[in-house]
Structures are given as C-alpha cells and as structure tokens.
Write a protein that binds this ligand. Sequence first.
Ligand code: 6PG
Length: 234
Amino acid sequence: MTTNQQRFETVSELQHAIADAFCQTVEETLREQPAFRVSLSGGSTPKRLYELLAERDLPWDRIHWCWGDERNVPHDHADSNAKMVRDALLDRIEVPDANVHPVPVIVDSPAESAANYRETLHQLFPDETFPSWDLVLLGMGDDGHTASLFPHTAALQEDTSWFVENWVEKFDAYRYTLTAPAINSAKRIWFIVSGGNKRSAFESVMSDDSEAATFPSKLIDPTQWWLTEDVLKV
Ligand code: 6PG
C-alpha cells in the first residue's frame, strides 16, 4: 500500500479533517456496496473525532461499527473502549443495535471473549481469509504500540487468527486486539497520532533500523498517517 502523511498544526484541525475524510469515504463506498464496515481505535485521541462524527448526517443504518481492541473490563467501566465510543458517538445517533459489534468481554475468560469476537467478525466477513475492512482507525502509543499490539507480547506473532486475547505484562492484565494480518487486510488503514510525546516512537516506527517486536506499529502497512506537527522532527 502507498502511505501518505497529512500534517496539521493542532489536534482539532486534525480531527476535523479526519471527520471530513471519514464522511467522504463512507459516501464513496456506499455508492458501490451496501455497507461500510469500520474498526475503531480506542484511546483518547479519536474520542473528539467520534464526537464530531455524531454531528454529521451519515446513513447510520449502513455502517457497521467494530472495535480494533478492547480492555478486559465490563462495558460500563471507565476504561472500556466500548463505553468511550458509545458516549462519544453511538448513543448520540440513530444506529441499529445490529450494526454495533463491541467485544463481548467476559473478564474472567479472556480466551472465550476473543473466540466469541472472532465469530462475530467471521460473520461480518464471511468466507474471507482476513477481514476486508473498509476502514481501520488506529492510534499509536508513545511506546509504538497500536491497537493492543504491545511490545514483546504474544499477539505480535499471530499470523492466522483475526482477533486474540493478549497478556500485557506492564498492565498485569489481558487486552483484546485485532492481529496485524487482520488489520493489514483492510482497504484503508489510518493512523491518528498527536503529541510530542510520540515523536520518538514515530521516528522509530518509520526507521529501517528498529524492530517491530519493540515498535509494533511497524507491523502495520497504513494507507494514511494523520499527524500533528509536534509528532514530526522539530
Ligand atoms: C487503546 C487504543 C490504543 C491507543 C493508543 C494511543 O485501547 O488504548 O486502542 O492503541 O490507540 O494507546 O492512545 P491515545 O490516542 O489516547 O494517545
């Protein structure tokens, strides 16, 4: 895939631009196919984007919302990505319940949770080797992780399963995540990265001299980087 970089002075300009691009992409896609299937990023940067999307007028009944990763907490927990997206977007639009596909977290049984979500995804993308998302939105942490593909974790090695539970030592907790091949199969992959604290990780991810095991965002072949200037070299 070819990768472009869109750069913005402020995170607000970035988020408004992505909201415009998201709407344009949905409209273009829905001229050619019945549904638009998107995998959402968690974290704080995309929250404002989701709030902006809630103010737009899109064919909500033709968009399917999935999560690229989730924390091992109930959906009403403050750390839940499902809660964040519901609060910012889904509870503010008329979207059919059948179009919303949160990770069915069973806190005490991460393997079962991941297996159940794999089933959901295989039903959304029947007979596909990997899911042909219309769009995957990703953030990047200051350690170079994306989704819940954290440095030196088992999920980085997964090359066939679409979605797995992933033990993250530094959190002493499980996370849930799309695997790299299940992200790279998307038609569009957008990284949304803002903050000077991410400059070093971004440089490492873009460098040929670093390892994907240490900077997992290197595993991804994005079509677009959406960046604020503070992420780039001064
Ligand atoms: C999560 C995200 C994670 C996030 C990065 C960046 O569940 O936290 O999916 O991968 O995108 O940690 O988060 P910010 O955008 O909040 O810096």
